[in-house]
Design a protein around this ligand. Structure first.
Ligand code: UDX
Length: 484
């Protein structure tokens, strides 16, 4: 007798829960990874804070972006424990860690076992400690995702060694130039000044310092670690990390990875939590190649109005064209109401002609701005996403870090990768002017050459046979093997 033909039903895909820290840089990168996973036929539930969930639905086309993956993608949300009018920026960002570790933790414990189909793998933001602990209660494997660079991850990782060796605390301003010796791979150039901002606290029991150090050490207990970087940029530091976290998948630059796989319009892959003001792109169209300095300080930094005035004078005195983007709430004294627009003090606007500068009081489509041919430099706060986006665009940087990982990123950008200049702790009009002239005029060619080389390395890492592409494939295989 002939065998009766059987129809083989394909096995359901593994179900991954992704849980970012509720910040722009974290949500953007994790959403991009979510899309890469859906492209490989993995099922993803993406867990945002309620606060960000509403903003994402309001300001982006996220639902139509993911509609092509049908049932493979869904959004869920959970409270971050803060009232809706909390600024969630500047120093007050620390309230978020506090409220999440208590209120959100309990909600997450109720939610996790109720998700259907059951979760096979949790990819959680390694800056949050409780998801790994809660998932362990339900036997769910956890992969940590850190949205910072390897350079800062490694520095956070070494905080206990720095304390044990007596290299922390830092003993005041006169101690800031001292070289740190207990962060292997950085002995020649990492000064106290370049350590993450929380290391500046004279109090070693400071909750932020302790939380960051222990969250980073906790990644050794996760099944694997994902970093948004690439070997051509951070190879030596990645070797150090691999000795402690052997399964580290470096799959960046993730946004470039996605771009190489999709032919989407950049605007339709936006995950901005603010409404984008696209008028600056038309303004850029009117200017010659590489003639405009783009100025933007990201999603969390809050500066003083004195700093802003110094920056403004420095920009104007440099006589270079500039595009300054100021998020609502990004200047302490100007209020944080997201409906307010910034009215610059008269002192800030007199003396420059309209065609030489543009101010956006709001939020710009940054990746498109960086890719615009008229942009020749970026004065940045050195957030990790901004750093990577600028590297991919082949644009040199002036770094003016505010807090957290930005101090480390700016040192690597200037000293190790030679992709720009570091203003750190010296925000005066004279220094800003000098740096702008150096970057946009005097050393323009040198920086253009090093930026173009690194951009090429970034692109090839996600191209055919590139390390980040291979690592992404290995990560996906690893997740498939977790299917229960
Ligand atoms: C901070 C940290 O410094 C960062 O390293 C960490 O990983 C997350 O928290 P943030 O201020 O959000 O970051 O900066 P960054 O990491 O650079 O992310 C900002 C994102 O917002 C970038 O993707 C950038 O393109 C986008 N952006 C910013 C816009 O699209 N428009 C803007 O006007 C400003």
């Amino acid at each position: 007798r002939r065998p009766i033909p059987t129809t083989v039903t394909p096995a359901p895909p593994p179900h991954v829960l992704m849980f970012p820290l509720p910040g722009q840089g974290h949500v953007t990168t994790m959403l991009n990874l979510a899309e890469l996973l859906c492209l490989s036929n993995l099922r993803v539930t993406f867990l945002n804070s309620d606060h960000n969930h509403h903003r994402l639905l309001r300001f982006t086309t996220v639902q139509s972006r993911f509609a092509i993956y049908h049932q493979l993608f869904s959004l869920q949300s959970i409270s971050d424990g803060l009232p809706s009018d909390h600024p969630r920026s500047g120093e007050r960002i620390l309230d978020l860690f506090q409220s999440m570790s208590t209120i959100t933790r309990d909600l997450f414990r109720d939610l996790l076992p109720s998700i259907r189909p059951p979760i096979d793998c949790l990819i959680s933001d390694g800056a949050l400690q409780f998801p790994l602990e809660v998932a362990a209660e339900f036997g769910i494997p956890v992969v940590h995702f850190r949205t910072i660079g390897a350079c800062c991850f490694w520095t956070y990782f070494c905080i206990p060694d720095m304390i044990e060796a007596g290299e922390l605390p830092i003993r005041g301003e006169e101690d800031m130039e001292r070289l740190i010796t207990t962060v292997p791979g950085t002995k020649e150039f990492l000064r106290c000044r370049d350590l993450p901002s929380f290391c500046r606290s004279p109090d070693l029991s400071h909750p932020s310092l302790q939380a960051l150090a222990s969250a980073t050490q906790q990644s050794t207990k996760a099944c694997a670690l994902i970093l948004n970087t690439f070997e051509g940029l951070e190879g030596p530091i990645l070797t150090q990390i691999a000795a402690h976290c052997p399964k580290t998948y470096t799959i960046g630059p993730i946004h470039e990875h996605l771009r190489s796989k999709l032919t989407l319009q950049p605007s339709s892959s936006s995950s901005s939590l603010w409404e984008e003001d696209r008028s600056c792109l038309e303004w850029l169209d009117r200017h010659p190649p590489k003639s405009v300095l783009y100025v933007n300080f990201g999603s969390i930094a809050v500066m003083t109005s004195e700093d802003l005035i110094e920056i403004w004078h420095g920009l104007v005195n440099s006589k270079q064209r500039f595009l300054l983007v100021m998020r609502q709430g990004s200047v302490a004294e100007l209020g944080s109401n997201t409906n307010d627009t910034i009215t610059f003090p008269e002192e800030l606007v007199k003396g420059v002609r309209g065609e030489e500068y543009m101010v956006v009081s709001g939020w710009a489509p940054q990746k498109e701005v960086l890719d615009h041919g008229a942009v020749g430099g970026f004065l940045t706060h050195s957030g990790w996403n901004s750093t990577l986006e600028t590297i991919v665009a082949g644009v040199p940087m002036i770094c003016l870090p505010y807090f957290a990982d930005q101090q480390v990123n700016s040192r690597f950008t200037s000293e190790v990768w030679k992709l720009g200049l570091d203003i750190k702790d010296a925000c005066t009009r004279k220094v800003v002017e000098r740096m702008v002239v150096e970057l946009m005029v005097e050393r323009k060619e040198d920086f253009a050459t090093s930026a173009a080389k690194m951009a090429e390395l970034a692109r090839s890492s996600v191209g055919f046979g590139g390390s980040s592409r291979q690592n992404l494939e290995a990560l996906i295989e690893d997740i498939r093997s977790m299917k229960s």
